[in-house]
Design a protein around this ligand. Sequence first.
Ligand SMILES: Nc1ncnc2c1ncn2[C@@H]1O[C@H](COP(=O)(O)OP(=O)(O)OP(=O)(O)O)[C@@H](O)[C@H]1O
Ligand SMILES: [Mg+2]
Length: 275
Amino acid sequence: MGDRSWLDLNFLHNLVSAGILKSSTFDPQVSTTVIEVQNLVYAYNNQEPVLQDISFNLNAGDAYGGQLRVALMGATGSGKSTLLENLIGLKPPTSGKILINGIPLEPKTLPQVRRYIGFGFQDANDQLFMPTILEDITFGPLNYGVPPAIAIDRARALLTDFGLEAYAHRSTHELSGGQRRLAALAAILALEPTILILDEPTNGLDPAWRRHLAQVLLKLPVQVMLIASHELHWLGKVTQRALVLSGGRIQIDSKIQPLLQEKDTLNELGLPVDW
Ligand SMILES: Nc1ncnc2c1ncn2[C@@H]1O[C@H](COP(=O)(O)OP(=O)(O)OP(=O)(O)O)[C@@H](O)[C@H]1O
Ligand SMILES: [Mg+2]
């Protein structure tokens, strides 16, 4: 693990003054509905809907400090990945509406909406495709016109934060599963998203890296995070609120800490807390 925490506030402020990070994302006054889902239904071809009548709002202004971090829980196969892929426009809903920062998610708004969202796939291999991980991490920023010197500095800082500085010129298949996961996260964060959506981000990470990842996420300057995970206690440390999917619906939308005490309820929804 790198000894310098990139979440050191001075470091963040240096990034802001160097124009590498946007300071607007720290603004606690902003209180737009960042993610709004209305009566979403999703069915894979000719099958019964996996998601039925899903509605929820995620408002950055609801949370202390203007940052909302939300857990998406649900048993295996309950539809978490499907819902997250609906939110980023990879799977258009069968019916219902999704608005991101007030913009209806449609094919023509997709490029604009994608600019706000950082999305981490459940499988990190889906994220990394360049010959080296340094190129993977600079790919997005270069595409958006960030000057190469700044993109490379940002990538190297992220690689250091994730303990991967010695692996910059390796290809993804020369990394361990956990290292690949961290490299994929670095590639997402390099784009400075204001909305961060992560599908099982702790997969393949050891306890020390799970803790480090939690610390990283807690200090990121994003407005809304939505994280699907089976690690309920880890979610309890990172998020404030939980949505629980079961039977194609959101059965629970509540603060996470009291919910984690409701062991019988969670057990009935296929989520035994201590396993
Ligand atoms: N491409 C597909 N075609 C048909 N059905 C699919 C497809 N992908 C997923 N499903 C089905 O949709 C349901 C929801 O899958 P999804 O991957 O969203 O669940 P999940 O909650 O993310 O599960 P996990 O915890 O295992 O990641 C499952 O029953 C799954 O079998
Ligand atoms: Mg999944």
